[in-house]
Design a protein around this ligand. Structure first.
Ligand code: ADP
Ligand code: ADP
Length: 228
C-alpha cells in the first residue's frame, strides 16, 4: 500500500462559515498503480493533490501514507515524507533557472545528504532514463518545454520515491511533447513506479491504468484507462 484516504473531508472557512471542498473521499493506491484523477476547474483537484502530497491536512477522515498517519504527523515528519517519499511534477516545471539540468536533478539528493560523487552518478542516470543524456549541462532556458518537463521528471524520480505525484504534467506542453511525457510515464510505471496524476484533459487521463473523476469535491466511479 502506498496510501489510503478514508472518508476524508476538507473545509475552507469563508468568513465564519465552513465550506466543504472535498466530501467523503476514499481512495486506496497500491504499489505499481497508475492513477489519473480527472475533473473540471474548481472541482477540488488541487486541494486533493495538496493532501495526497502531504502539503496540507484534511479536516476530517483518515489519510495514511506509507504507514504514517498524516493527521497526527508533525510538520517535520510531513516535510521528511515530501522530500524522501514523493516526487513532485508540476505544470510549470519549477526548475531553478540558473542551474544546469544536472544540478537541478541533484538537488533532492543534496537535501537527502547524499555525497557529491553519488549525487552526480545518480542524477546522470536519471537524466539518461528520461532521454536527456546529451543535455545535462544545459540550463532550463536552453531547453524546450518538453525537455524541461523531462528534467523535472528526472528530479522527481532520482530519490526512488514511493509515489510520483504529477499536477497537470502536460498542461504547459504542445501535444507532441505531452505525448512524449506520457510515454515516459508509461515506461516508469512499467519499471514499477507508482504514479498519481491530476489532469483535466481526458486524452491524458486515458494514459493511466485507472481513472477517477472528481466533481464538486466528490470522487466518482472509476474506469480502466486504455492500458488495461
Ligand atoms: P481545481 O484544482 O479542481 O481547480 P481547487 O482545489 O483549486 O480546484 O478548488 C476547489 C474549490 O475550493 C474551489 O471552489 C475553490 O474556490 C475553493 N478553494 C480552494 N482553495 C481555497 C482556499 N484557500 N480558501 C477558500 N476556498 C478555496
Ligand atoms: P521543507 O519543509 O523540507 O523545506 P518543503 O515544504 O519545501 O520541504 O517541500 C518539500 C518538497 O515538497 C519539495 O520536494 C518540493 O518540491 C515539494 N513541493 C510540493 N508542492 C510544492 C509547492 N506547491 N511549492 C513548493 N514545493 C512543493
Amino acid at each position: 500500500m502506498v496510501f489510503e484516504l478514508k472518508n476524508i473531508y476538507k473545509d475552507y472557512l469563508q468568513g465564519k462559515e465552513a465550506v466543504p471542498v472535498l466530501k467523503d473521499i476514499s481512495l486506496e493506491v497500491s504499489e505499481g498503480e497508475y492513477v489519473a484523477i480527472m475533473g473540471p476547474s474548481g472541482s477540488g483537484k488541487s486541494t486533493l493533490m495538496n493532501i495526497i502530497g502531504c502539503l496540507d491536512k484534511q479536516t476530517k477522515g483518515s489519510f495514511v501514507f506509507d504507514g504514517c498517519d498524516i493527521m497526527q504527523a508533525k510538520d517535520r515528519k510531513l516535510s521528511e515524507i515530501r522530500n524522501k517519499k514523493i516526487g513532485f511534477v508540476f505544470q510549470n516545471f519549477n526548475l531553478l533557472p540558473r542551474q544546469s539540468a544536472l544540478e537541478n536533478v541533484e538537488l533532492p539528493l543534496l537535501y537527502a545528504g547524499v555525497g557529491k560523487r553519488e549525487r552526480r552518478q545518480r542524477a546522470k542516470a536519471a537524466l539518461e532514463k528520461v532521454g536527456l543524456a546529451q543535455r545535462m549541462m544545459f540550463k532550463p532556458t536552453q531547453l524546450s518545454g518538453g525537455q524541461k518537463q523531462r528534467v523535472a521528471i528526472a528530479r522527481a524520480i532520482v530519490n526512488n520515491p514511493k509515489l510520483l505525484l504529477a499536477d497537470e504534467p502536460t498542461g504547459a506542453l504542445d501535444t507532441k511533447s505531452g505525448d512524449q511525457v506520457m510515454e515516459l510515464f508509461k515506461e516508469l510505471n512499467d519499471d514499477g513506479v507508482t504514479i498519481v496524476m491530476i489532469t483535466h484533459e481526458p486524452d491524458i487521463a486515458r494514459c493511466a491504468k485507472r481513472i477517477m473523476y472528481i466533481r464538486d469535491g466528490e470522487l466518482h466511479g472509476e474506469k480502466a484507462g486504455e492500458q488495461e
